[in-house]
Design a protein around this ligand. Structure first.
Ligand code: AMP
Ligand code: MG
Length: 430
């Protein structure tokens, strides 16, 4: 099999291109109550069901009046009052002002609201204190200033968070249409692995990657489907792949951990090749995570073990995307974030598919061997004026405890042999 080893930038670009292509594929939609819409992805534009705001609204407690009259500093007669919840009213006569509360519809005739802090009230009269002047429209949000009825406020593909829930509520959307979550098969491979509820015999370790990836998949908008551990045999891998790629299983994405290095028992790549995979890369010059594999497996006809078809089987229509992630837990986590997560988010319909990097100030010198782009477990603190990041001490890519003490990964560029404390560095956010 021919190797396709890419630089980090090449691999990232390839993944980004696949993700962009995926966003154009039509996908299944479901309707969920607004209370369950957070962390989903909007499948149709969210439209304003009425003008927003629906009436000219006061943003202050004060007096609704005419700006030109108030600015003369002549006393204005208080002839009415209105508050939030009151129907739009008026008119305000010339030379008069109405008492008004934040959120109330501005009465007809008034074109500004003077703040209660800026006036002097005596008996039934109120006047703007000199030398202050007021402009037309001050302390008022005009009707439809934020949106006109029917206008799209958010496009399809917007990830739904608290602010989008608030906007949907404002638009009267008690339920919203979201994309169906992509189904993500998670297959841990390795003869040494036992599930978390079994006692490991000498030489055995617990399968921590599957639960970790299930958590990551859920966090990035997928529906995890964790399979039983597969042994390091061609037969076991073929059987697991047959289960996952069965059209009835409707897997959109497959994550396999372990078995992708060059070792004698690393049988995943040949098994993927037997299932018809088209390899996009079989290695990336990064550390950890160098042996990562990205491939596409054409969909199968129901009942056929081999023959590809174009029948619509899953969210993506024709193929199952697949990542082979190196078994070391830190490698699995890093390569998931860098490569699998963008494809997963695109499968979920999100327009925010790309990995999230941020800048931080490096707290202590870092030395590195050039030649590979490194993503090292690090802890970023946000207590100072700028985010500050430091490596956590670690024993290599099997060190789950180090990863659990970290909250990001420090990016060391391919050609760097050191980065000095105080420099601005990139971090990969989880
Ligand atoms: P591999 O990529 O299969 O060569 O595995 C690399 C290292 O990761 C080995 O030390 C494995 O024991 C370990 N490993 C592989 N799969 C898992 C897993 N699911 N959970 C925890 N560690 C694993
Ligand atoms: Mg292995």
């Amino acid at each position: 099999m021919s190797e396709k080893v890419l630089s980090y930038e090449e691999a990232a670009a390839l993944v980004a291109k696949s993700a962009a292509k995926l966003l154009r594929v039509p996908r299944a939609i479901e309707r969920v109550p607004l209370a369950r819409a957070a962390d989903r992805v909007l499948a149709r534009p969210l439209r304003a069901d009425r003008d927003q705001p629906p009436f000219a609204r006061s943003t202050r407690d004060g007096f609704a009046c005419r700006a030109a009259e108030a600015s003369t500093h002549a006393p204005l007669k208080i002839t009415g009052a209105t508050r939030a919840g009151a129907a739009p009213s008026g008119p305000v006569d010339h030379g008069a002002a109405w008492e008004i509360m934040t959120g109330a519809p501005v009465p007809r005739g008034a074109d500004a609201v003077v703040m209660v802090e800026h006036v002097e009230a005596t008996g039934d009269f109120v006047r703007l204190l000199p030398p202050r002047k007021i402009e037309v429209g001050e302390n008022i949000v005009a009707r439809a200033a934020q949106a006109r009825k029917g206008e799209a406020l958010l496009p399809a593909g917007t990830p739904i968070g608290a602010a989008q829930v608030a906007l949907a509520a404002t638009c009267g959307a008690a339920a919203v249409e979201v994309f169906r979550k992509p189904r993500v098969a998670i297959l841990a491979t390795g003869d040494e692995l036992v599930p978390v509820n079994k006692s490991p015999a000498p030489g055995q370790i617990r399968n921590s990657n599957a639960p970790m990836l299930a958590a990551m998949v859920a966090a990035h908008g997928g529906e995890p489907w964790v399979l039983p551990i597969a042994a390091d045999t061609a037969k076991a891998l073929d059987a697991a792949l047959a289960t996952i790629l069965d059209p009835a299983a409707q897997a959109d994405l497959l994550l396999i951990t372990g078995g992708v290095s060059a070792g004698k028992f690393d049988l995943v790549e040949p098994a993927l090749a037997r299932s018809g995979a088209r390899f996009r890369f079989t290695g990336v010059r990064i550390q950890p995570g160098k042996p990562s594999v990205f491939c596409e497996i054409p969909a199968r006809k129901a009942g056929s073990a081999r023959r590809p078809t174009t029948r619509l089987q899953n969210q993506n229509g024709t193929k199952c995307y697949c990542f082979g992630l190196p078994g070391n837990p830190v490698s699995s986590a890093v390569t998931f974030l860098l490569f699998a997560a963008p494809v997963l988010r695109a499968l979920a319909g999100s327009r925010e598919a790309e990995p999230r990097f941020a800048l931080a100030r490096l707290a202590a010198d870092v030395k590195a061997k050039p030649g590979l782009t490194r993503f090292l477990p690090a802890a970023c603190t946000f207590t100072g004026p700028v985010p500050e990041v430091a490596l956590v001490s670690w024993q290599g890519s099997g060190d789950i405890a180090a990863m659990a003490r970290a909250n990001c990964f420090l990016v060391v560029p391919e050609n760097a042999d050191r980065i000095d404390a105080g420099e601005t560095v990139r971090i990969l956010l989880a």
